[in-house]
Design a protein around this ligand. Structure first.
Ligand code: ITT
Length: 194
């Protein structure tokens, strides 16, 4: 078992990822555990490329296996927005959700279909290779916020599978079926073959 660094500055993401990988890696840390700031500009229009860029840069810098997630929320009625720009749709989670709800104003439930996508990249320095895994979660954007768990757009994302908003469930429950949980399940199968 190796140590792993998570190439993320998003505390909500880290909190979800860490327990998922606890059995497959010895020590799991994040960028927040190191004093230096490592800027990675996410300039690709493709999630997978941004995820690989983050994982490579961080893994290369620290000389250890690194994992990065590039994810986003795509709303069909908005032509796929916020999509790749999900983390930049406003100055904070509250503003981003307000903007989304405002843009969907007047659209009935049937037109509020949405999808979370997660591309997770694992960089292994000894092979100098990146491996990418994908997961998605379909649902609907509600008319207002529900629940206080999770992060990002969780309070406005309703899962029909669950009959609840993502912010109404625990991290453990969310990890069982979320876009990120599904991508990580594939990654774990891969790690077991190494
Ligand atoms: P890092 O790049 O440092 O990991 P980030 O927040 O900038 O952090 P992304 O570029 O991947 O990460 O942006 C993904 C955004 O999509 C994230 O900030 C949330 O707003 C949203 N998002 C992704 N997964 C989510 C989830 O499970 N629940 C709610 N919102 C999510």
């Amino acid at each position: 078992m190796k140590d792993l660094i998570m190439a993320t500055t998003n505390a909500g993401k880290f909190a979800e990822l860490k327990p998922l990988l606890a059995e497959h890696f010895k020590e799991i840390c994040s960028l927040a555990d190191f004093p230096e700031t490592l800027q990675v500009v996410e300039d690709s229009p493709h999630y997978a490329q941004n995820a690989m860029k983050k994982a490579r840069k961080v893994g290369g810098h620290f000389g250890m296996p690194a994992l990065a997630d590039d994810s986003g929320l795509e709303v069909a009625a908005l032509g796929g927005r916020p999509g790749i720009r999900s983390s930049r749709y406003g100055r904070n989670d509250e503003e981003r959700m307000e903007r989304l709800l405002h843009e969907l104003d007047g659209i009935p439930w049937d037109g509020r279909g949405a999808k979370f996508k997660a591309y997770v990249a694992l960089y292994l320095p000894e092979k100098d290779r990146c491996y990418v895994f994908y997961g998605e979660l379909k649902g609907f954007i509600g008319f207002e916020q529900h629940g206080s768990h999770g992060f990002g757009y969780d309070p406005v994302f309703y899962s029909p599978e669950l009959g609840k908003y993502l912010a109404e469930i625990s991290t453990d429950e969310k990890n069982k079926f979320s876009h990120r949980g599904r991508a990580i399940a594939l990654l774990k199968t891969f790690v077991e073959t190494l």
